[in-house]
Design a binder for this molecule. Structure first.
Ligand SMILES: C[S@@+](CC[C@H](N)C(=O)[O-])C[C@H]1O[C@@H](n2cnc3c(N)ncnc32)[C@H](O)[C@@H]1O
Length: 188
């Protein structure tokens, strides 16, 4: 089945988890690459990889010696992600809440960037807060967290641990138009 059709089918089955009817546009992908400074990063985590369009765009931008850990909760999407042939990619099928255990399981250091399309406004406050907590703990000092979202709920959830975003914007060339946020982890 075509990737876009699979994405739509999974959205119809579980709209709260998948959240969009089609994968992110190439304009949004490039904004995320730029905002997360992926071209110079060595360890990057992607939360909510979907059918792999964003994953492939990130691999295209990452240096040859980088590692990309892509975490996805939907098993159908995981099967597709595992078909991407790239030694730099590690696909983990599971919840983003377990980010720290997952990094340890794959012997990865603290990431310089975490990017997330997980729909924080739809997954429930407790789950959202535990994902933000895991991101804030996992990031290296100076590391970036970039979220692309329909709603501003993520900014409210992140405020206690990461403060106000260093940068916020809107990508209109995406269906639907999405908000982007960037936080930088400061020394405690
Ligand atoms: C809006 S889609 C983004 C997909 C892809 N990154 C893109 O931009 O086209 C959100 C993705 O997050 C995944 N997701 C939702 N909750 C999750 C969780 N707790 N842990 C990991 N992935 C999750 C969904 O299955 C879905 O693939």
């Amino acid at each position: 089945m075509n990737n876009k059709l699979l994405f739509l089918r999974e959205f119809l089955k579980n709209p709260g988890q998948v959240s969009s009817i089609i994968p992110s546009s190439r304009f949004l992908e490039q904004r995320i690459v730029h905002w997360s400074e992926m071209r110079s990063a060595k360890t990057v985590v992607e939360l909510g990889a979907g059918v792999g369009g964003t994953t492939q765009a990130f691999l295209n931008a990452l240096p040859p010696d980088a590692k990309l850990l892509s975490i996805e909760i939907n098993p159908q999407f995981c099967t597709l992600l595992r078909q991407i042939e790239d030694d730099r990619l590690i696909v983990h099928c599971g919840g983003a809440q377990e980010l720290q255990d997952t990094l340890a399981q794959h012997h990865l250091p603290a990431p310089e960037a975490v990017v997330s399309g997980i729909p924080f406004s739809k997954i429930g406050r407790d789950t959202g807060s535990s994902i933000i907590k895991a991101i804030a703990s996992a990031l290296v000092v100076g590391g970036r967290f970039v979220a692309y979202q329909v709603s501003d709920q993520v900014a409210e959830l992140a405020r206690p641990l990461l403060g106000t975003p260093a940068r916020a914007g809107l990508e209109l060339l995406n269906i639907p138009p999405l908000r982007l946020y960037r936080w930088e982890k400061s020394a405690a």
